[in-house]
Design a protein around this ligand. Structure first.
Ligand SMILES: *[C@@H]1O[C@H](CO)[C@@H](O)[C@H](O)[C@H]1NC(C)=O
Ligand SMILES: *[C@@H]1O[C@H](CO)[C@@H](O)[C@H](O)[C@H]1NC(C)=O
Ligand SMILES: *[C@@H]1O[C@H](CO)[C@@H](O)[C@H](O)[C@H]1NC(C)=O
Length: 421
């Protein structure tokens, strides 16, 4: 039964599957502590990657449990840990409850994704980095735990100069004009947090740092904030391990579990984008036909997604992908390259998408292809409105390694400290 959770949430579990690796790398060399003079620091706000934020839930009387066990906390008003709750995940009686309470539903009347009726959720610890997942060494690597440690060594202090902006990773920013309560609420809170961080630090503008999925939230947030606000409040944006192209693993996950497509607002966020992958780049190969990033609607139909899913892709997700653009604040992009095991093509030769595909690999960070990382230089770097852009490509560094491997981490921290010079 516990496997049901994994069937339901393959997209969410993705980074854990990929980056569970041996022992943690050593911490970077200690930086010159400039925190003796905390007044000298620009406040930093961190946005972590997928599944790194923690969610609490409570169940109202309206909750229709899939089985009687799932009704235990119903109506009690008690907030409990929904994500990440390892006890519940490992209990075969409770895991299906967790899966049911974690999924979202698309509400056609509201034209938006929301919780299952009767489930209320909230993000834990907004404003602090203490709410980021750090319950195991692997999560610490993946969820900015090492970066937080390194920044604290350099003099940063939680909730004084260092702030966290966790978000509901089941959701995604929707195209302008499409209702998206989750992203609107997150944007309001992040705007207030940035202003508060600045105010607490003599009006200094902040440095925003994102990793992976956090980049989609940060970039949309910046691009939808008035330019004078960005200029006043954002000293620098450091975007780690995000590219405009998405990645192939999200196509494979969708093919192996089409029913997840309508259970998460973020299911399409990382699908390969036509902004990067052209009509000559087959991403999925079958005997009968190939699918490029332009053919995503046909691919979705072929793997069995309902027409509603295709419509949501075209109206909610695709416009955001096509609109990936320069934030028009000083920006540094940091990405891993030179990891040869990065998915480049999925071969379902006999056209059976329920089977595991044969994979053709290329260069990248283990998740994001080099082509997507290089596209940052044109999409952001070549935008004439973008006055300062720097790209750092870290050889032999993985998607999570960018914010956790010793040398990479040192580089990220020195970029953050470098904005003071
Ligand atoms: C984990 O989930 C179970 C079942 O939903 C709940 O009873 C428990 O309180 C949760 N743990 C925490 C720390 O909230
Ligand atoms: C599909 O792509 C493969 C290799 O990427 C190519 O060899 C093949 O000719 C293409 N097939 C079709 C039907 O276009
Ligand atoms: C596709 O593959 C799955 C898993 O191997 C198998 O159970 C199923 O019968 C196959 N479908 C067809 C139409 O061959």
């Amino acid at each position: 039964m516990a496997t049901q959770l994994y069937r339901l949430l393959p997209l969410l579990f993705l980074p854990f599957i990929l980056f569970r690796r041996g022992a943690s790398p050593p911490l970077p060399r200690q930086h010159a502590v400039i925190g003796d003079d905390p007044a000298g620091l620009h406040p930093v706000v961190l946005l972590p990657g997928n599944t790194c934020s923690q969610l609490e839930a409570r169940l109202t009387d309206a909750y229709q449990p899939p089985s009687p066990q799932c009704a235990a906390a119903k109506g009690s008003g008690r907030w409990f840990r929904l994500w990440k709750n390892s006890t519940a995940m490992q209990d075969p009686d409770v895991a299906p409850c967790l899966a049911d309470q974690l999924r979202l539903v698309y509400d056609p009347a509201a034209r938006d994704f929301r919780n299952v009726p009767g489930v209320e959720t909230r993000v834990l610890g907004f404003g602090s980095t203490r709410g980021f997942l750090a319950d195991s060494p692997a999560n610490k690597d993946l969820c900015m735990g090492r970066l937080v440690e390194a920044l604290e060594q350099a003099g940063y202090r939680d909730a004084e100069t260092l702030f966290g902006a966790p978000f509901d990773f089941r959701q995604a920013p929707a195209a302008p004009g499409q209702p998206c309560r989750a992203f609107s609420q997150f944007s309001r809170r992040l705007r207030a947090l940035v202003e508060r961080a600045s105010m607490k630090n003599e009006g200094k503008p902040v440095v925003i740092v994102s990793h992976s999925q956090g980049g989609y939230f940060a970039l949309e947030f910046l691009n939808r904030s008035p330019l004078p606000w960005r200029r006043r409040y954002v000293k620098h944006y450091v975007m780690a391990s995000t590219g405009p192209g998405g990645f192939l693993l999200s196509m494979q996950k969708l093919a192996s579990n089409p029913s997840a497509a309508l259970s998460f607002g973020s299911a399409f966020t990382a699908l390969p984008s036509p902004k990067v992958f052209g009509p000559d780049a087959p991403l999925v190969v079958t005997r009968a036909r190939n699918y490029t990033a332009q053919d995503m609607p046909e691919f979705m139909s072929a793997i069995g997604l309902p027409p509603l899913a295709v419509t949501l892709y075209e109206t909610r997700a695709l416009p955001v992908k096509l609109n990936f653009r320069a934030p028009v604040v000083p920006t540094t992009c940091i990405n891993g390259v030179g990891v040869p095991m990065t998915m480049k093509e999925l071969v379902y030769w006999d056209g059976n998408f329920s089977k595991a595909p044969e994979v053709v690999y290329g260069d990248g960070d283990g998740l994001i292809l080099l082509a997507s990382t290089l596209a940052l230089d044109t999409v952001i770097g070549d935008d004439p409105r973008q006055e300062y852009y720097k790209s750092i490509k870290l050889a032999g560094t993985s998607h999570a390694g960018v914010i956790s491997d010793g040398a990479a981490l040192e580089r990220v921290v020195s970029e953050i400290l470098g904005v003071h010079e």
